[in-house]
Design a protein around this ligand. Structure first.
Ligand SMILES: *[C@@H]1O[C@H](CO)[C@@H](O)[C@H](O)[C@H]1NC(C)=O
Ligand SMILES: *[C@@H]1O[C@H](CO)[C@@H](O)[C@H](O)[C@H]1NC(C)=O
Length: 375
């Protein structure tokens, strides 16, 4: 709309200038001309033709608008009065290949883990690499994606009368209290679309390399837009108190077990080819950065460590806690039972313990039996 308006303006201005130029030219000729009556006639003729050209142009524009309206109307179908019968055929333009193999351990916010890398692999049959030209000029970009791991996605294909989404979601920070879905970032929304921001690292053909991501491997991407600090960052923006209470917890320390390095070296030969990381030591820094935040859910955190913890699968809770943590408890020789947590990065299973003072010990790393989108 804006484009056609500006084209229209340009066109009008051009015509107006042309008309002025002609008038000027004719007025200069006037002195030499046989009769000024003839010139005036010519001017009137030109003015009339300009007027009709402008009218024709306006009519064409009206016609275009009417055609667009008709198209929209026909798309929505003759029987549909309700908005809900409309759908828009949007398909992912790219798939995320990220270091986070599962939701467990995927950061709760973007930019928390600087070394969290992902490549967005664009479908080059639909989106030519030239579409990415110029994006490297921005430090950050927005990513609009689909919550493809929602267990209730099949609802989307049901008639809306049968696919009622929950208007309110449980918010862990409110200790079971509920909040309207649009006051949260819950993945369980009428349109399961997520929004995040990431650092633009590089563009290689049809691949966009990012860091600081909070995206799980395999995430379908709907759109990418540049981050504009002058309008996307709002000074003095406020949030409700219950959101302020969701402090992200940092752990006291992260230490690695003695045998860890050699275990990582063993795994690395398998992981190396597909890795977003250059070396085992860089990968170790990633592990350290991910585990420097307490990535356990609130319920896992609040339970005593010698108590078996069960995963809350499929529960409708806020974004921050739907990350499914799977764990098993293991008995130790001294009789003290401690929970072993697992974090899966690039298909490697990192096992760790955390004590009551939030010191993390990374126990071991093995090739995970978990095989999702890594093939
Ligand atoms: C972990 O390492 C830090 C030094 O980085 C050390 O001060 C701390 O005592 C260690 N914690 C444990 C539990 O070993
Ligand atoms: C680490 O895992 C590997 C492979 O499962 C195993 O052989 C090794 O004993 C483990 N190391 C430790 C310290 O548990």
């Amino acid at each position: 709309m804006a484009a056609s308006k500006s084209q229209w303006l340009t066109f009008s201005i051009t015509l107006a200038l042309a008309s002025t130029a002609i008038s000027f030219y004719l007025s200069r000729r006037k002195t030499k001309s046989k009769s000024s009556g003839e010139v005036n006639k010519k001017i009137h003729e030109l003015e009339a033709s300009l007027k009709s050209a402008l009218e024709k142009c306006a009519a064409e524009r009206q016609g275009r608008i009417r055609a667009q309206q008709a198209l929209r109307k026909s798309l929505s179908g003759p029987t549909s009065v309700n908005l809900e019968l409309n759908s828009y055929p949007m398909a992912p333009i790219a798939i995320v290949h990220s270091c986070f193999s599962t939701r467990n351990g995927t950061p709760r916010q973007p930019l928390l883990v600087p070394l969290a890398r992902a490549s967005l692999i664009f479908d080059s049959s639909r989106v030519p690499p030239a579409s990415l030209e110029g994006l490297e000029g921005y430090s950050h970009c927005w990513i609009i994606y689909v919550f493809h791991l929602n267990t209730d996605l099949e609802k989307l294909w049901k008639p809306s009368s049968q696919s009622k989404f929950k208007a309110k979601v449980r918010v862990p920070r409110l200790k079971g209290g509920k909040m309207g879905v649009f006051a949260t970032r819950s993945p369980h929304r009428p349109c399961p679309i997520g929004l995040t921001v990431a650092k633009v690292e590089a563009i290689r053909g049809h691949i966009l390399l990012l860091s600081g991501v909070d995206l799980v491997d395999g995430t379908p991407v709907l759109d990418v837009k540049p981050y504009l600090p002058y309008c996307d960052s709002i000074l003095g923006a406020t949030v409700p108190d219950w959101v302020k209470e969701d402090r992200l917890l940092t752990v006291a320390s992260v230490n690695f077990s003695e045998g860890f390095s050699s275990s990582l070296a063993d795994c690395w030969t398998m992981a190396e080819k597909k890795s977003l990381y250059a070396s085992p030591s860089e990968f170790e820094i990633l592990i350290r950065q991910v585990l420097s935040w307490d990535i356990r859910s609130i319920s896992q955190r609040s339970r005593p460590h010698d108590f078996p913890v069960h995963t809350e699968t499929g529960s409708t809770v806020d974004d921050a806690s739907t990350l499914e943590h799977y764990q098993e408890d293991e008995a130790f020789e001294n009789g003290f039972s401690a929970v072993i947590y697992h974090l899966i990065l690039e298909g490697l299973d990192v096992s760790y313990r955390i004590d009551s003072k939030c010191n993390v010990i990374v126990e071991n790393i093995t090739v995970s039996s978990y095989t999702q989108t890594l093939s």
